[in-house]
Design a protein around this ligand. Structure first.
Ligand SMILES: Nc1nc2c(ncn2[C@@H]2O[C@H](COP(=O)(O)OP(=O)(O)OP(=O)(O)O)[C@@H](O)[C@H]2O)c(=O)[nH]1
Ligand SMILES: [Mg+2]
Length: 470
């Protein structure tokens, strides 16, 4: 009696130590970064991904699910106490509640931890019990990655390049007029600095709305709690010569450096450097609809975004990463439910071509990459309509005003070069084909128990991103 209870308590003692040890040492954590430019679909993607990982009825493409090895999935408190939690419940109830609507725009980094109990596959299956795998999902704006390029630049270089780039843009006319009236050598005064920063931020906002993606510094568009602080109160100036003490030029230079040291670097150190897997969401259909310039601009922004994943690109970053790198990167064209599935391969081909340069570089660096067309939340159904004797593959959905509409967005070319070449050559409009875009609202849905929200290829995306770790 005595012996057995002693043995029992010993075993229990060992077990509880074991639990604590395994919690810290043996439970693998995968950090999945979700990024993309503004309105690319990050919030909807994470919400639907989590909902579909909790209720996996629509996830046959996730191999561990297909093999019946996922015993449970559940949300847990996240490990980082100072990062806002991704507001999964509110976003899900926006999408699937009684009055379905798209979630609000989000402006900062946020995080959510989802944990799985999985049974091992293959030879180990009979020998080991279920293990716990944590998935930490980190949502952050793609614009913040574009800021990496600022680290290599001095204020003077940045000013010169920026002013050159925006010289011909109508959206920049007001700001360009504003800087004509100031002399950077004049003594610094705060109201002038603030007016210039406001003018520049207004330009960036207008440029983004006009479809330009090269809208850095990223935090000007997404200031969050930095709004109004000196690190965000600078603007490019027409510089001539070195800065003098107490001049506007010198103060702008100082703030630009502060932005790099106190905004850009902490983001890369605290968030970016810890990511294992990355999905980059791209609203390619939206850009195609806006026209060739938006497509070309997006291609460049993709290249810039991806150069952040290329080790060696930036000395400071490489030193901080110490050889650690993102293992897999998925480029996903979102909102593919705007397109009949007959056209999905063409969208994927465009996506592949759009990111080819950038992908080759990332591949060179050892990361595995893939391109896909997905819809995190499918809000349309497909139908073929006959128009002037031609059969058009359409999608049907609910508009914001509650009415139903069928929609044919135009036929994407089989060869992506037919879109990308005119874009690269600076064409103003597409020749021949028009590409429409319609915003559908989420439809009312009644989900069967065990099913997550409807999607297109979200299971394949999940398999690529985390399947090997389950
Ligand atoms: N039809 C369809 N529309 C989508 C889908 N995902 C996103 N959208 C549309 O794209 C908009 C932006 O989606 P969000 O998920 O909020 O995008 P985001 O990247 O988080 O945007 P910000 O937080 O503003 O940067 C939504 O309001 C929808 O109109 C999708 O899977 N299907
Ligand atoms: Mg968002």
């Amino acid at each position: 009696m005595v012996i057995s209870s002693l043995a029992d308590s010993l075993v229990r003692g060992v077990e509880s130590v074991g639990d604590r040890v395994s919690e810290t040492f043996f439970e693998p954590v995968v950090r999945l970064g979700v990024t993309g430019l503004a309105r690319s679909g990050k919030t909807v993607f994470i919400t639907s991904l989590v909902a579909n990982l909790l209720d996996r009825g629509r996830m046959p493409g996730l191999v561990a699910q297909q093999e019946g090895r996922i015993n449970a999935a559940y949300l847990q408190p996240q490990p980082d106490d100072t990062v806002p939690r991704f507001d999964y419940e509110s976003h899900l109830s926006a999408l699937t509640g009684p009055q379905p609507h798209w979630p609000d725009s989000t402006r900062a980094v946020s995080e959510l931890r989802l944990s799985f109990k999985v049974r091992p596959a293959g030879l180990l299956a009979g020998l080991q019990g279920p293990r716990t795998v944590h998935l930490d999902i980190v949502d952050y704006p793609g614009e913040w990655l574009l800021d990496l390029a600022l680290l290599d630049k001095s204020y003077d270089d940045w000013s010169r390049e920026t002013l050159e780039r925006i010289a011909q843009r109508p959206a920049a006319a007001d700001f360009l007029a504003q800087i004509k009236a100031v002399d950077p050598a004049d003594p610094h005064d705060e109201p002038t600095a603030q007016a210039l920063a406001r003018g520049f931020a207004d330009y960036l906002t207008a440029a983004r709305d006009a479809g330009f993606y090269d809208c850095t510094p990223g935090r000007f568009l997404l200031p969050g709690d930095l709004a109004g602080s000196p690190v965000l109160t600078f603007a490019p100036l027409p510089i001539d010569g070195a800065s003098r003490r107490r001049s506007l030029h010198r103060e702008m230079e100082r703030r630009f450096e502060a932005y790099k040291a106190q905004v850009v670097k902490p983001f890369f150190r605290d968030h970016f450097a810890r990511i294992d897997r990355q999905v980059v969401l791209v609203d390619a259909l939206g850009a195609i609809h806006k026209g060739p310039q938006a497509v070309e601009d997006m291609r460049r922004a993709m290249g810039d975004i991806l150069s952040a994943f290329r080790p060696g690109r930036n000395a400071w970053l490489s030193q901080m990463l110490l050889g650690k790198r993102v293992e897999r990167i998925l480029f996903a064209a979102t909102k593919a439910d705007h397109l009949h599935h007959l056209q999905h391969p063409r969208l994927t081909a465009i996506m592949e071509a759009l990111t080819r340069e950038a992908r080759d570089r990332a591949k060179f660096a050892g990361a595995e990459t893939a391109a896909m067309s997905i819809a995190a939340l499918r809000v349309t159904t497909e139908e073929i309509r006959t128009h002037d004797g031609v059969e058009l593959p359409c999608v049907r959905g609910t508009l914001e005003n509650g009415k139903q509409a069928a929609f044919f967005p135009g036929e994407l070319p089989e060869d992506p070069a037919h879109l990308l070449n005119p874009a690269r050559k600076g064409a103003d409009t597409w020749l021949g084909e028009e590409y429409g875009f319609m915003t559908f609202a989420p439809a009312h849905m009644s989900l069967r128990p065990g099913d997550g929200p409807p999607h297109i290829r979200l299971d394949r995306a999940a398999q690529f991103l985390i399947g090997d770790r389950l």
